[in-house]
Design a protein around this ligand. Structure first.
Ligand SMILES: [Zn+2]
Length: 382
């Protein structure tokens, strides 16, 4: 298919598909979102809306921060936040997205990742805002939060200020699988890191003078219960790093891992068991150890009776789409927003094979996203 054909196809498929194609043609791997954010900002300002942007992430000062935009309410009801991320995973060096629309599906057409994750959400959000403004569709207040750096560890969301937001709840659109998926449950996660500090010595000449940090780290890991701890809890040590040469007793070794659980108390217990194993191993091997535990995200259980769940369920049912509550083991911007106090639901967008060059989205899914957004706006209206 030539670029000319794509344009023709896109034109026939309507403004939403054209917008999506325009967006995916702008490369925006995490940390390099400047161009795509400028595009979105211009588009929203063109509607007469005020657009704000937070400071860029520290290590990418030349890039963009999160985009905020508010549509003041024109009706009573619950103000809602609509959120998606503008960054994508990085593509193979030099590969640029060259989207191909064929048989009702949009694919990358090159070795570059298409970026439907998460532009298949960003495009319908912007398109629906345009429709709301142009067609004067009544709503109870809409706040947009388009984040950066999601793929790099939810960094935009972590830096986002939710203060001053009027939204009663939020919807993120960043889950794979067909429309109808609602992430209602997610575990809490903590990461654990331990840096063992022993004493180096020549391994052949004076090993008794050494204190091996690698031996301590190995003992610590061996003492831990890892893998699936129970139906709700998992644990893993994913990194062990130490030693310089085969003939030197190593004085430095670092281990790092994580634990997740749907039950906060079980998570606490698992993390303390891991810390106990670390302290025990350090004592036995006679080395020092420094530990660090980081709260990566708090889990949630947002089912029946929660505002975003109820609104989303009603919106999906109105469209004849069966709501599919799902549990996730991983984190998304939603975990961070909930931690900051805003009840948020992550909904499926219909993108498939994300983070690979085979990623695709159907035109039908984009259209249904538009319908879903409008149905949510309508349900939130009093
Ligand atoms: Zn995503």
């Amino acid at each position: 298919m030539s670029p000319h054909d794509i344009e023709e196809g896109a034109g026939a498929a309507g403004p939403l598909v054209s917008l999506f194609l325009e967006l995916v043609r702008i490369p925006s791997p995490s940390g390099f979102e400047r161009e795509v954010m400028d595009f979105l900002t211009n588009r929203l300002r063109g509607l007469g809306l005020e657009v704000g942007e937070s400071a860029p992430l520290e290590d990418h000062p030349g890039s963009a921060g999160n985009l905020y935009c508010r549509l003041p309410a024109t009706s009573s009801g619950f103000p809602i936040m609509l959120s998606a991320h503008a960054d994508t995973v990085a593509s193979e060096e030099g590969a640029l997205p060259h989207p191909v629309l064929e048989g009702g599906f949009i694919r990358s057409g090159s070795r570059a990742v298409l970026g439907a994750d998460d532009k298949a959400a960003v495009a319908p959000i912007i398109h629906v805002v345009e429709r709301i403004v142009h067609e004067q569709i009544p709503h109870a207040g809409i706040e947009l939060l388009i984040t950066v750096g999601e793929e790099g560890g939810l960094r935009g969301a972590k830096a986002a200020s939710m203060e001053g937001m009027a939204a009663a709840c939020g919807f993120c659109f960043d889950s794979t699988g067909p429309l109808g998926g609602m992430v209602v449950k997610s575990p809490s996660q903590k990461t654990v890191r331990a840096a063992f500090a022993g004493t180096s010595a020549h391994a052949g000449v004076a090993p008794e003078e050494g204190r091996s940090a690698v031996a301590a780290a190995a003992r610590a890991v061996a003492e831990m219960r890892l893998g699936r701890i129970d139906g709700e809890t998992t644990a893993n040590i994913g990194i062990i790093r130490g030693g310089e040469a085969v003939n030197v007793v190593p004085d430095r070794c670092v281990i790092a891992g994580e634990a997740r659980s749907h039950d906060r108390e079980k998570l606490e217990n698992q993390v303390s068991a891991m810390l106990d194993a670390i302290t025990f191993a350090a004592t036995v091997e006679g080395v020092d150890v420094e530990t660090q535990v980081v709260d990566e995200f708090h889990g949630f259980d947002l089912s029946e009776g929660n505002l975003p769940y109820d609104l989303a369920r009603r919106a999906l049912e109105r469209l004849g789409i069966e709501p599919r509550p799902v549990t996730t083991g991983g984190g998304s911007d939603v975990n961070v927003f909930i931690l900051k106090g805003l009840p948020c639901l992550n909904l499926s967008v219909g993108m498939e094979k994300v983070h690979t060059p085979d990623e695709y989205i159907s035109v039908e899914a984009l259209r249904r996203m538009e319908d879903l957004l409008l149905a949510l706006v309508e349900e939130a209206r009093g």
